[in-house]
Design a protein around this ligand. Structure first.
Ligand SMILES: [Zn+2]
Length: 99
């Protein structure tokens, strides 16, 4: 599946918010996680999404050095948590209607 088609962008964003709410996540990890779900994103596609979520204050980032590599970790903000909760409700509602 080629993503993000605009149609799936919201799903991808919800995945990102969900995982960033469980633990700090970095780009490559997200690319692998999203691939498990059938979303194949290149860094050139993922990073603008992450930057957008950060600009909307749904994610914050911090730079860490892990095994000599500089990595940017993203975490869910309080605003992001509220957006994720609303997203869950919307997704559930949609799923019920689609069935
Ligand atoms: Zn996931």
């Amino acid at each position: 599946m080629k993503v993000p088609h605009d149609l799936f962008l919201g799903f991808v964003k919800l995945h990102i918010l969900y995982h960033a709410g469980r633990e700090p996540v970095y780009g490559l990890w997200l690319i692998e996680e999203l691939a498990v779900h059938g979303y194949r994103l290149s860094p050139g596609t993922l990073y603008p999404i992450l930057h957008g979520l950060q600009a909307e204050k749904l994610l914050t980032s911090e730079t860490r050095v892990v095994e000599g590599k500089v990595r940017k970790y993203y975490r869910l903000t309080a605003t992001g948590r509220k957006a994720l909760e609303q997203g869950k409700i919307k997704a559930q509602e949609l799923l019920e209607e689609l069935q």
